[in-house]
Design a protein around this ligand. Structure first.
Ligand code: HH2
Length: 266
């Protein structure tokens, strides 16, 4: 089985939960991106609006102002690198696709009514993540009457059907169960356990477990996002065992090393 590809996270935000503010200037974000590429990232995910619970929404113009210089610089220096834009807004996705992005990563899975149309027209890859509500409301929407695994699967199937009707080719889609988005910590763990089912049902799956708060719930003695590397690596290996196509990670070098050792021993 091929190991998962690594999508390195580059936040150009003042308030992301894990590394907020650290890479806020375009020059710092590019430097961070170059480091992740040197560490072996197979692609980068650029985000300029934090999705952490309660994060302040960002207007289209501000989001694009943050993203554009970083995207253009990376596209110029790495013409063939998969570059993903983590955005909930069709208007931002459209501008990014015209400026060299090749993947749209949409944590709302088509919440913006124009998103599928923009993606279908561009013919780009699309990461369709499951969530409910918005980052401001999602924490109150964790009631899944048939259980979280069945609920997320059913809602992903609905979103995939809408994407197909909008003209997005199935082979362009990567499905993500959305750990931490409208899920309690226990529900995120259930989804981790169900990853093999998701892979057999949906094909290409992306896992975003890096530094997420469910790790803190499993190990409360190490509470900060910076204390979650070991837990993130364990989750990455569970993803690899399940056959996910992509891991969205902050720590590329460490994840690559864990995958190498796991691959060598398995
Ligand atoms: N998680 C975050 C953001 N984008 N995209 C996908 N496809 N899957 C995820 O699990 C996912 C995502 C987490 O949110 P944020 O607060 O922006 O923090 P960070 O980008 O540092 O992970």
């Amino acid at each position: 089985m091929a190991p998962p590809r690594l999508l390195g996270i580059v936040n150009v935000t003042p308030d992301s939960f894990s590394d907020g503010g650290r890479f806020f200037s375009p020059a710092d974000a590019v430097e961070r991106a170059e480091r992740l590429i040197a560490e072996g990232a197979d692609g980068l995910d650029l985000g300029a609006e934090s999705t952490r619970p309660g994060a302040a929404p960002v207007a289209v113009e501000e989001e694009w102002r943050r993203l554009e210089p970083v995207l253009r610089a990376l596209r110029a220096s790495h013409p063939d690198l998969p570059l993903s834009i983590d955005t909930m807004k069709a208007a931002v996705a459209e501008r990014a696709l015209a400026s060299g992005a090749t993947i749209v990563n949409d944590v709302t899975g088509g919440g913006d009514p124009k998103m599928f149309e923009v993606v279908a027209k561009a013919g780009c890859d699309y990461i369709l993540m499951h969530m409910r509500g918005t980052p401001a409301t999602m924490a109150t929407m964790t009631d899944y009457s048939q259980g979280v695994v069945a609920g997320v699967r059913a809602e992903l199937h609905d979103a995939l059907a809408r994407a197909a009707r909008a003209g997005i080719a199935r082979e362009k889609l990567v499905v993500d169960p959305g750990l931490g988005f409208a899920k309690t910590a226990a529900q995120s763990v259930e989804l981790l356990r169900a990853l093999p089912e998701f892979v057999s049902e949906f094909g290409a799956v992306l896992l975003g477990a890096s530094r997420k708060s469910f790790i803190r719930e499993l190990d409360p003695r190490r509470p900060g996002p910076d204390d979650r590397l070991a837990g993130s690596l364990a989750a990455a290996l569970l993803g690899a065992r399940a056959g996910v196509a992509w891991l969205r990670v902050h720590d590329v070098a460490e994840t690559r090393q864990a995958l190498r050792v796991w691959g060598a021993g398995g």
